[in-house]
Design a protein around this ligand. Structure first.
Ligand SMILES: Nc1nc2c(ncn2[C@@H]2O[C@H](COP(=O)(O)OP(=O)(O)OP(=O)(O)O)[C@@H](O)[C@H]2O)c(=O)[nH]1
Length: 330
């Protein structure tokens, strides 16, 4: 019994670690239920093994003890009816059988009471379980709503800002580079004017899908930063790796070939302008300066004709513009 109780500790820890993942919780819930069934069965066996036949006083005391114990179990297991049942049934059923076997009227009344008690406890646990599940689901939904952009399903700006601070701290602590890209759809107002706002929304989803297809490494975070602006945070990525990512992004946008007949230049296709920056370990930075650098680079890309990539880096406290590294659609 003690061993089973001790074995629950790592199970509980695993459960807490995967608390956000419903599938994992279900699996660990099953392990828990199996353990509860084993523990309950031991109590059930104990009825027959240790309760001397015919000793009504002893039987009554044990019966009351089991009831009390089961009540404690209800408190512990009420969060999961299957677990509760798997513990409760092996305790109550043998006890009821044993009392019935005794044959006396008093013991039969006690057996009926024990059984009724079990049923009532199980029924009472159901609404407790439902309300716990509802509150967990509500919490998960709230967290999702507070972190995601409704239109594209990407991270929203708030989630991005929080992550940026954490990743920057981590990068500086581990002396690793951290890169940031800001991507802005070119002539998007003209797109809305030409195709309408609903098509504009659809276009935003297409572009976000194309960009999301280039997010490969875990830890990278793509967010919708503003109306038609996206931010991509790339931990442990230096300037050279960043340029390779930009090439992939440009190719993805090019391949998505979203028509844009309303733009004022001759390119009849959606393009993006991209500004990027990298924090290297010897250049301390804060989130604001990182965004500012990438934004300035993006502004340069827009100002130099759009559909291109500019990179800004800090050198001795100075900002220096680099030549466009790539032109996406010629
Ligand atoms: N359909 C749609 N349009 C949006 C959304 N958010 C912002 N916009 C539009 O995006 C357009 C952005 O226009 P501007 O900031 O002038 O930029 P632009 O026309 O893309 O021009 P450049 O960025 O200079 O290439 C505005 O017309 C906004 O109404 C959205 O969620 N859906």
């Amino acid at each position: 019994m003690i061993l089973i109780s001790v074995a629950r500790v790592p199970l509980y820890c695993q459960y807490r670690r995967h608390e956000k993942d419903i599938a994992h919780c279900e699996r660990w819930g099953l392990y828990f239920a199996a353990m509860a069934a084993l523990q309950g069965s031991l109590y059930g066996v104990a009825w027959f093994a240790f309760v001397p036949g015919g000793d009504q006083f002893f039987l009554s005391v044990v019966c009351l003890w089991v009831m009390g114990l089961s009540a404690c179990a209800v408190v512990g297991y009420a969060a999961h009816p299957k677990t509760l049942l798997s513990f409760f049934a092996p305790v109550v059923v043998p006890g009821t059988v044993l009392l019935l076997m005794d044959g006396s009227e008093r013991m039969q009344i006690l057996a009926a009471a024990l059984f009724l008690y079990g049923v009532v406890i199980l029924l009472a646990a159901a609404p407790v379980y439902r309300s716990i599940v509802q509150s967990i689901e509500l919490n998960l939904r709230l967290r999702e709503l507070s972190e995601k952009d409704g239109l594209t399903g990407l991270a929203n700006r708030r989630h991005f800002d929080e992550t940026l601070q954490k990743e920057l701290d981590r990068a500086l602590r581990n002396e690793q580079p951290l890169s940031l890209l800001l991507l802005d759809i070119d002539h998007f107002k003209a797109y809305n004017d030409h195709y309408g706002h609903v098509s504009g929304d659809h276009c935003l989803r297409l572009v976000s899908d194309a960009i999301a297809g280039c997010v490969r490494r875990s830890g990278e975070l793509l967010a919708r930063y503003g109306g038609e602006e996206f931010a991509l945070l790339l931990p442990n990525t230096d300037k050279t790796q960043l340029a390779a990512t930009v090439e992939r992004l440009q190719a993805a946008i090019r391949e998505s070939a979203i028509p844009h007949a309303g733009r004022p230049d001759r390119l009849e296709q959606i393009t993006v302008s991209i500004g990027g920056t990298t924090v290297e370990r010897d250049y301390p930075a804060n989130p604001e300066s990182l965004i500012e650098n990438a934004d300035t680079a993006l502004y340069m890309a827009k100002n130099h004709g759009r559909n291109q990539y500019y990179f800004y880096c800090r050198r001795s406290g100075q900002l220096a513009a680099e030549e466009p590294l790539a032109v996406a659609i010629a």
